[in-house]
Design a protein around this ligand. Sequence first.
Ligand SMILES: Cc1cc2nc3c(=O)[nH]c(=O)nc-3n(C[C@H](O)[C@H](O)[C@H](O)COP(=O)(O)OP(=O)(O)OC[C@H]3O[C@@H](n4cnc5c(N)ncnc54)[C@H](O)[C@@H]3O)c2cc1C
Length: 234
Amino acid sequence: MNARPLVIVGGGQAGFTLATRLRDLGDRRRIVLVDGEGTAPYSRPPLSKEYLVATKAAGDLLFRPESYYAAQDIELRLGVTATGIDPGTRTVTLSGGDVLGYADLVLCTGAEPRTLPLAGCDEVVTVYRREDTDRLRTILAVANSIVCIGGGFIGLEVAAAAAKHNVHTSLRDIAGTAADLSRQGRGRRGLPAATATADPGAGARRLHRREERGAGAVAAGRGDMTRESSPRLR
Ligand SMILES: Cc1cc2nc3c(=O)[nH]c(=O)nc-3n(C[C@H](O)[C@H](O)[C@H](O)COP(=O)(O)OP(=O)(O)OC[C@H]3O[C@@H](n4cnc5c(N)ncnc54)[C@H](O)[C@@H]3O)c2cc1C
């Protein structure tokens, strides 16, 4: 019978690094890496940069080719979500009903972007997964304008990419003034001032203005909320 494995839930940067570092250190225990996304672990930072402007392909995002995991005896369970943990029996329940016993369990479930109730906006993209950027790329190819909520790094990178596509961005941020954004170093992302209307402080409350309802998309890059309060793992 197989020994119970180390189960790592979450195959982002943290989960990937843990699994690969253990192997690098010569740890040969059985490792199972579970991730809700259907692709081998990949790097998110290019999602709002090179991948958004198509100078990197999907394969370039991967930390390692899929063959690496087989060679290192790291079992990938992709497209599967951990839905429950029973510390008593040391088991994790997976979506689909499988129950996975573990010797040790590490949660690397990261953080997910905060979302907004944006009733009436039919094209809202929250930039976190590769598929989000795929959708945003399609939108930027045809839209005249977008509303970007969040003037942090990701929001500004999205606005800069939009500018490259000649898509006008209306940037919304809770920060007091455009100067505040700039002072926080958030204005240094190659965002041409002429192509974006920065409206810090406006937040989402004006999203129902007619011209913004007509925008091609709302791209939300509103920072992270730890998954502790996520309904995904209870
Ligand atoms: C668009 C974008 C641009 C960024 N740019 C930069 C940058 O330039 N510089 C920088 O330092 N950082 C950047 N970051 C942040 C950086 O990517 C994160 O800090 C990093 O990804 C965190 O890694 P993580 O493994 O902790 O979490 P995550 O990357 O969030 O990975 C968590 C994984 O856990 C999985 N998961 C969650 N719950 C479950 C569950 N119940 N069952 C199974 N799987 C689950 C998720 O599917 C996800 O794959 C960027 C992030 C984004 C989204």
